[in-house]
Design a protein around this ligand. Structure first.
Ligand code: GLP
Length: 254
């Protein structure tokens, strides 16, 4: 694992955008795994700016998002499809044929999950996967559990995730309780993974995920077993690691 500690959220976003831009430059037909949540918003903005400034060509890139809420159509403002269209796909001029997100309205979610998993395989697998981390250690929507789910699947969200998501909805009843998410196995198959963590609220869970025991109770802890993981944390998110581990030798300050 390579840990980078960014001075602040802007630095974190710039560095993450640099890594994604480099991937696209080196391999114009790369397959990117993308994430939602508030953490990558700054990175997507920086990537769009960079793409315009440096004429980056995204025409051959394909993307697969981690997850989508069940029951929200792509034009619902809180759906992850809508979020991605606004934040990244439209500004980069990427078309629907390049960008894959599970269909939250599929009548048979298990079939949709299997179809999504097969589509990732058919694309040759993910070259670079972006991840955020939930307050309870979830990645994608793989919630704390007694096992690591392997493939893309339908999942019930925990109460803590439902309340964390409630800030985006007008009424509690509107907050989705299920999602289709890549599995832990799907995520681990990515050739390289970039995990972003920002804010004091992530400090404790980031430390537990990266330095604690590997356990399905902290789904992100599985990343310790992946051979090529990069982590960018801003200083406050890295505070618990700095305090308890005195920052490991392979870390780098940004
Ligand atoms: C949601 C997403 C995750 C994301 C998490 C953290 O649960 N499914 O992919 O990492 O939120 O969100 P934030 O970045 O807003 O803290």
């Amino acid at each position: 694992m390579r840990l980078m500690v960014a001075a602040d959220y802007d630095r974190l976003s710039e560095k993450a955008a640099d890594l994604f831009a480099a991937e696209v430059t080196l391999q114009p037909d790369c397959v990117l795994g993308l994430a939602t949540g508030s953490t990558p918003v700054g990175m997507y903005r920086a990537l769009v700016d960079k793409a315009r400034r440096e004429n980056l060509d995204f025409s051959q890139v394909r993307t697969f998002n981690l997850d989508e809420y069940r029951g929200l159509a792509g034009d619902h403002p809180q759906s992850y499809r809508y979020f991605m269209e606004q934040q990244l796909f439209r500004p980069l001029g990427m078309t629907a044929s390049q960008t894959f997100i599970p269909d939250g309205m599929a009548s048979d979610p298990d079939k949709e999950a299997a179809r999504y998993e097969a589509a990732i395989e058919a694309a040759g697998g993910i070259d670079l996967q972006l991840l955020g981390i939930g307050g309870n250690g979830h990645i994608g929507f793989n919630e704390p559990a007694d096992h690591f789910p392997v493939h893309t699947h339908l999942t019930a969200l925990t109460e803590s995730t439902i309340s964390a998501n409630a800030r985006f909805f007008d009424r509690m009843e509107e907050v989705p309780r299920e999602a289709i998410t890549m599995g832990i196995g799907t995520i681990l198959k990515a050739r390289r993974i970039l995990l972003l963590a920002s804010g004091a609220g992530k400090a404790e869970i980031l430390w537990r995920a990266l330095y604690g025991p590997v356990t399905p109770q902290v789904p992100a802890s599985i990343l310790q077993l992946h051979p090529d993981v990069w982590v960018i944390a801003d200083r406050v998110a890295a505070a618990e690691i700095a305090k308890r581990e005195k920052l490991p030798p392979q870390h780098e300050d940004l």
